[in-house]
Design a protein around this ligand. Structure first.
Ligand code: NAP
Length: 289
């Protein structure tokens, strides 16, 4: 049976690798070794001490690290995967990065006979824990089909969107749509509270109509309770919005609201909310009232 490799055991990667380990022999690597040790106490699998070491034992390797630089280091650094991976191996990158990075990594990998898929995810910490992520992939069709079985152990839906970088472009659309929506939801809840309406009654009614959204269903209550520790951090969102804004500039696409909301998230970082979740737009609003 194949051994599957997983690199990056953070909020998302830790449970994703856990699901894989229930189906296949699994090897994990994380920059901070103690997280890999914690993982190996909870799940069955081995620990690699570098991506290079993992490349000698695995031919299907999944990443969920932080940003473009992390992906570059794991793949093409001195101790990176490409220094040891066999030709025909596949790297699946679940990190949210720029599409430029995906194309660059894909080209470097192809030179070594390795396939690289960009495959960012949506669904947050709960989606990773409950094996209910959505995956949007870019790259070679044969490679995508080969890794679908493994990805099926932690996702509820996945789709190949096109050539390399298409997964990341789709993820940008996802973040663009979420940014404005969350601000609208924050304004609606804040308005309800100021108007002395019963917020749970308001949500009960409007969530059955055209204003309904995942964010409304899953975040209205915690937002009205001033609780913002639900997974996707403001720092990660700013990284994602920067990527989207830069890509939009290249494409000549206007992102007026996204630009505005990115500035609001900067305000939240200035308030000390780097690790608060993205629904903390509500806290900024109340702070300014
Ligand atoms: P996180 O909690 O910060 O975890 C990132 C993990 O990657 C950490 O364990 C980190 O190791 C490891 N790492 C970073 N650079 C590394 C390197 N060079 N070599 C080895 N390991 C490295 O982040 P996360 O929330 O899981 O998010 C991961 C990615 O998924 C991000 O791109 C994020 O934008 C995206 N995403 C997150 C969510 C969410 O809800 N959290 C949802 C969708 C997409 P250390 O322990 O050393 O820091």
């Amino acid at each position: 049976m194949k051994t599957v490799g997983f690199i990056g055991l953070g909020v998302m990667g830790f449970p994703m690798a856990g699901h894989i380990s229930k189906a296949f022999p699994t090897q994990v690597y994380n920059r901070t070794l103690s997280k890999a040790e914690d993982w190996a106490e909870l799940y069955s699998g081995s620990i690699a001490l570098s991506p290079k070491e993992m490349g000698t034992s695995c031919e299907e390797i999944f990443l969920c690290v932080g940003n473009d630089d992390d992906v570059k280091e794991v793949i093409a650094g001195d101790e990176g995967l490409l220094s040891s991976l066999k030709s025909g191996s596949i790297i699946v990158d679940h990190t949210t990065t720029s599409a430029t990075l995906s194309r660059e990594m894909s080209n470097i990998c192809i030179d070594k006979g390795v396939n690289y898929l960009d495959a960012p995810v949506s669904g947050g910490q709960a989606g990773a824990e409950n094996a209910a992520l959505t995956i949007m992939a870019g790259g070679d069709k044969d490679s995508y089909e080969k890794v679908c079985e493994t990805m099926g152990h932690y996702s509820k839906f996945s789709k190949l969107m096109g050539s390399s970088g298409s997964g990341q472009l789709t993820k940008m659309v996802n973040q663009i749509c979420i940014a404005g929506l969350l601000q609208g939801l924050a304004e609606g809840i804040n308005f309800s509270l100021k108007s002395q309406l019963d917020i749970s009654d308001v949500i009960e009614v409007i969530s059955k109509g055209a204003a309904q959204s995942w964010q409304m269903e899953n975040r209205w209550e915690t937002m009205s309770l001033d609780q913002y520790d639900h997974g996707f951090a403001v720092d990660h969102m700013r990284k994602d919005l920067k990527i989207a804004l830069e890509e939009a500039q290249k494409q000549g696409a206007s992102l007026e609201i996204t630009k505005l909301i990115d500035g609001y998230y900067k305000d939240i970082q200035d308030m000390g909310g780097n690790r608060w979740d993205t629904s903390s737009l509500m806290k900024r609003l109340q702070n300014n009232d």
